[in-house]
Ligand binder design. Structure first.
Ligand code: PEP
Ligand code: MG
Length: 414
């Protein structure tokens, strides 16, 4: 893949903040990619470079876009044989361990646009599958239909209540099940709590002002039952516990109580016994490797334990978490290049873990992750609610891919 020109600009993400977009020319064609952005970010993530000047209240990305232009000048006329070669050129040009010089947002825009250039006329998912020597498979969607935590601004401390259509035979059926349940949930929430309860959070899920996750789970499960899906759907949580832990005392004020890590573990075990959720993400704060491990042991064979802020898609942290989790949340912008993301997945899978490709709470209309999860055949994708353009872009791309005859993965616990 020979790069003949590179352009970059800022565009807006779904929260109205600027983010980096890159375009790369190769073989007479232009290939584009843009970068998402988190709100409940892990402190160990690669650096998202923001300008910190008055424009956009510090959130400008002029420096990062300028760095893409600079990388482009350096890459111009160069031939890259593989994605790994392109990404190591990006990593070496930055030269820092956490990509703070050029910004992970600058590097990732180039890396993802580069992947599309490598794919050329081939569908991106098919290109990724063939370089990984896998048969493509559509991932099961984890749909965040009820938003709390930093994505909602309500009393609910736990960030995400997700539904997962485990009994769907096709991705189209899965999407219909998710969309029907979502509409029922919205209607029920408005009936019970009044019109504002139907307003949505950052990921398109409704954001009713419920004080405990029990009430949120009750509301969601009722909508599942009303649609007749109780045998074909499962629940999942993302607690994003770093966001509500009191860093001074180490306690967790959640669900109307102030809990120690031990008490929180008991709370999760009770909740899982009642609601049978099959996946729990970031149940404790981002450095609580041992608390994660105790929960993983307690949930063995019942519920996967997913590391997001704990792992930040970083192979070194995955190594440290070998007994703490059994699923990796893979976010490409946490590490900053496609190659490193794939290495993280490979490491997780070598431990027998599951891998869930994930969006961020700040997204663009770029559906790269839909192709990525399909090409990796990893079986799981976290997509938000089936509402708002930046979320539906991902569902819609998966619906299109299904028309190529790609099968839907089955859920299996690690
Ligand atoms: C998450 O925590 O899994 C998430 C998608 O949110 P954010 O992008 O804000 O980190
Ligand atoms: Mg998370």
């Amino acid at each position: 893949m020979k790069i003949t020109s590179v352009k970059s600009r800022w565009i807006l993400d779904s929260r109205g903040n600027p983010t980096v977009e890159a375009e790369l020319q190769s073989n007479g064609q232009w290939f584009r990619a843009s970068v998402p952005s988190g709100a409940s970010t892990g402190t160990h993530e690669a650096v998202e470079l923001r300008d910190g000047d008055p424009a956009f209240h510090g959130k400008g990305v002029q420096k990062a876009t300028h760095h893409v232009w600079q990388l482009g000048k350096k890459a111009n006329g160069k031939e890259f044989k593989t994605q790994a070669e392109l990404d190591s050129f990006l990593i070496q040009t930055d030269g820092t361990p956490n990509k703070r010089k050029l910004g992970a947002n600058a590097l990732l825009a180039m890396s993802l646009a580069g992947a599309r250039a490598f794919a050329g006329k081939k569908p991106l998912y098919a290109h990724l599958a063939s370089t990984l020597m896998r048969k493509p498979a559509l991932p099961l969607p984890f749909a965040n239909v009820l938003n709390g935590g930093k994505h909602a601004g309500t009393s609910l401390k736990i960030q995400e209540v997700m539904i997962m259509p485990t009994g769907a035979k096709t991705f189209r059926e899965a999407t219909q099940m998710v969309a029907e349940t979502y509409q029922t949930l919205k209607k029920d929430a408005v009936t019970r709590f009044g019109a504002p309860a139907g307003n949505v959070g950052d990921e398109g899920g409704i954001a009713p002002d419920v004080p405990s996750v029990r009430q949120a789970l009750d509301l969601v499960w009722r909508a599942v039952e009303e649609n007749g899906y109780s045998q074909k759907m499962a629940l999942a949580l993302d607690c994003a516990a770093s966001e509500f832990r009191d860093s001074r005392t180490g306690a967790y004020p959640v669900d109307g109580k102030i809990l120690t890590a031990n008490e929180l573990l008991t709370h999760y075990v009770e909740l899982q016994g009642q609601y049978r959720f099959v996946s729990i993400e970031d149940p404790f704060h981002e450095d609580a490797f041992e608390d994660f491990a105790r929960l993983r042991a307690a949930f063995s064979g019942k519920c996967q334990v997913v590391g997001d802020d704990l792992l930040v898609t970083n192979p070194a942290r995955i190594d440290r978490a070998q007994l703490s989790c059994n699923a990796l949340l893979l976010k490409v912008n946490q590490i900053g290049t496609l190659t490193e993301s794939l290495l993280a997945a490979q490491k997780a899978q070598s431990f027998g873990w599951n891998v869930m490709v994930s969006h961020r709470s700040g997204e663009t209309d770029d559906a790269f992750i839909s192709d990525l999860a399909t090409g990796m055949a990893c079986g799981q994708i976290k997509l938000g609610a089936p509402a708002r353009g930046e979320r539906t872009a991902k569902y819609n791309q998966l619906l299109r891919i299904e028309e190529d005859g790609v099968p839907l993965a089955k859920f299996r616990l690690p």
